[in-house]
Design a protein around this ligand. Structure first.
Ligand SMILES: [Zn+2]
Ligand SMILES: [Zn+2]
Length: 192
C-alpha cells in the first residue's frame, strides 16, 4: 500500500470517547505516524519504532479483523481521497494530518505528492500551510475542546471577515460586509 492515509480508531482516554488517529503509507509503502494519541494510539510520539514493530503495526492495520469492524478507513493521497477524508473527519484534525504528510517529505528532496487541502468555502485545493481554521466557527466537543470543521483558504478568509471588526463569520453570514453585531450597531447608530 502506497500514498495512502489511514484513519483508525485510536486515541481516547479514561471516561472519554475515542478519537480518530491517522497514519500514512508513504511512497515506499512504509507506515508513518501522522497523528496519534491516547491509549490506543499505534505510535508513541517521539519514540522511534523498531522495524519489526512497524511491520507488526502494518499487519494490524491491514488485517481482515480491522477491515471487518471498520477500525481502519483508507484514503488515497489524491484530490478525491483527501476530500473524502475531510468530509468524514473533523477539519482541524485533517489539516494537521496533511501538514504532517508534507513534513515527512521535507528534506528528502522529493515532493509529498499531496494534492493539498480543499477549502471548505470554495473547494479549491491549497498548500496546507496557507489554510486558516476560523475559531469562531468551532463547536464544542462535549468536553473542554473545540472542534473546528471549516478549513478556509486565505482569499475566502478575507472575503468572509467583517470589514468593521475583522472577525471571520463567512461570506454568507455577513450583511453588507458586516457581521451581525457591527451591522446592528450601525443600524442602532443611524437611528439616533
Ligand atoms: Zn477558498
Ligand atoms: Zn464586525
Amino acid at each position: 500500500m502506497r500514498n495512502m492515509i489511514v484513519a483508525y480508531k485510536g486515541g481516547g482516554y479514561d471516561g472519554c470517547i475515542w478519537e480518530p488517529n491517522f497514519a500514512f503509507f508513504d511512497k515506499n509503502g512504509v507506515l508513518c505516524d501522522v497523528g496519534s494519541s491516547g491509549y490506543a494510539g499505534l505510535f508513541k510520539k517521539g519514540k522511534p519504532q523498531q522495524k519489526d514493530t512497524l511491520e507488526e503495526l502494518t499487519k494490524l492495520v491491514l488485517s481482515q479483523e480491522w477491515q471487518d469492524d471498520a477500525s481502519a478507513e483508507f484514503f488515497d493521497l489524491t484530490e478525491r481521497g483527501v476530500k473524502s477524508m475531510f468530509n468524514s473527519y473533523r477539519g482541524d484534525f485533517c489539516l494537521y494530518v496533511m501538514k504532517e504528510i508534507e513534513e515527512l517529505s521535507r528534506g528528502t528532496g522529493h515532493s509529498s505528492g499531496s494534492p493539498g487541502v480543499p477549502c471548505t468555502e470554495c473547494g479549491v485545493f491549497h498548500d496546507p500551510e496557507d489554510m486558516m481554521l476560523p475559531e469562531g466557527c468551532g463547536r464544542g466537543d462535549g468536553g473542554i475542546g473545540i472542534i473546528i470543521d471549516d478549513v478556509i483558504c486565505q482569499d475566502c478568509y478575507c472575503a468572509g471577515c467583517c470589514r468593521e471588526c475583522s472577525s471571520y463569520r463567512g461570506t454568507d453570514q455577513l450583511e453588507e460586509g458586516l457581521c451581525s453585531d457591527c451591522y446592528e450597531k450601525r443600524e442602532g447608530d443611524s437611528d439616533d
